[in-house]
Design a protein around this ligand. Structure first.
Ligand SMILES: *Cc1c(COP(=O)(O)O)cnc(C)c1O
Length: 357
């Protein structure tokens, strides 16, 4: 039996998608081979690849003047590839620091650029408001992390950068609600949270930002070279790409990002409600920055945490342990987590509190 898996990533995939992948694993479309075993340049795989891109474009209403790149290396590779591709040596780049992942991005950018800190959470768990942001006014781009996966902090707004290309690490929030892509210069996301299996990284980039890579940028990581070859400069992660395509189809069938966004809002509301109504559980994020994707909470009696995790596991609720750097609990409510999973988690939490008053 499948558990309700709240893992932060790699994360739950829709059961229907896994079933389809299972059914066609050995003999894909009557080819006598697995989709994993065929050339990425074969017409049938190229069709899978093109279809996936078209479905993603439709789901996110990606304007025509944006490229969609199917890359490897994870979001962490983009921490270096964004500065290498968008900024000349010693150029100034603006970053907003809201926690773990922004800090990782900043540390990497510092190896290539002058990083100007345009804002931070000021020591609290929250996203800084627009009027506290201080951009340098001379940056090649401004980078932020719309959803901090580890602390569970999410922006409720898109920062206004006054013409400076906005770059966003959307690894844990892409496709989770409607989004105006035209407000961004570049969006990147590792696939393993809301898209598909790990190994695939999506980059959505406005065409005027492509073709600026530094001379020393590895060719397989040069956005222009990748765009020119439809992300097939070398062998792409074909199975992950195929799986992402199945997830996009599933998402379209589920009503697209508007419907899934509404469902995500309900799921988060339900879980934060259960936390706020209790005396045992506590969430420390500012209310206006609470993540809909990653809900963090601690137990007022820390000693109960191992017991909580064990009992949850026995109840078929897995992946709830918080990140090692922050501790506590974290329930990730990505698109593929059904409402029933969150209902079951809330019921379990109430019951656990009753048994441990
Ligand atoms: C998971 C995550 C990353 C790291 O992704 P990798 O693909 O493992 O490099 C980076 N940023 C955010 C916001 C994440 O959630």
């Amino acid at each position: 039996m499948r558990a309700f898996n709240f893992s932060p990533g790699p994360a739950v995939l829709p059961t229907e998608v896994l079933e389809q992948a299972r059914d066609e694993l050995l003999d894909w479309r009557g080819s006598g081979a697995s989709v994993m075993e065929i050339s990425h340049r074969s017409p049938s795989f190229v069709e899978v690849a093109t279809r996936a891109e078209a479905d993603l474009r439709e789901l996110m209403s990606i304007p025509k003047n944006y490229h969609v790149l199917f890359m490897q290396g994870g979001a962490s590779a983009q921490f270096s590839l964004v500065p290498l591709n968008l900024a000349p040596p010693r150029a100034t780049v603006d970053y907003i620091d809201t926690g773990h992942w922004s800090q990782k991005a900043i540390a990497e950018a510092r190896r290539y650029c002058e990083v100007h800190l345009a804002g931070d959470a000021g020591g609290s768990y929250g996203a800084p408001p627009q009027d506290e942001l201080r951009f340098s006014g001379r940056a090649c781009y401004a980078h932020y992390t719309p959803n901090e996966t580890i602390s569970g902090v999410e922006y409720r707004y898109i920062p206004e950068t006054h013409g400076v290309p906005l770059v966003a690490d959307m690894s844990s929030s892409i496709l989770s609600q409607p989004l105006d892509v035209s407000k961004f210069g570049l969006i990147y996301a590792g696939a393993q949270k809301n898209i598909g299996p790990s190994g695939l990284t999506l980059v959505i980039v406005r065409d005027d930002l492509v073709g600026r890579a530094r001379a020393e940028t590895p060719r397989v990581f040069d956005y222009k070279a990748i765009a020119d070859q439809q992300s097939m400069l070398n062998t792409p992660p074909t199975f992950a790409w195929y799986m992402a395509g199945l997830v996009f189809k599933w998402l379209k069938k589920a009503g697209g990002v508007r419907a899934i966004g509404e469902r995500n809002r309900l799921k988060a509301e339900m879980l934060y409600g259960a936390i706020d109504d209790s005396r045992l559980y506590k969430n420390s994020v500012a209310k206006d920055s609470r993540s809909r994707m990653n809900v963090t909470f601690t137990l007022s009696d820390v000693g109960l945490e191992p017991l909580f995790l064990e009992a949850a596991g026995e109840a078929g609720l897995t992946g709830l342990k918080g990140h090692r750097v922050v501790g506590g609990m974290r329930a990730s409510l990505y698109n593929a987590m059904p409402i029933e999973g969150v209902e079951k988690l809330c019921a379990f939490m109430r019951d656990f509190e009753r048994r441990h008053p």
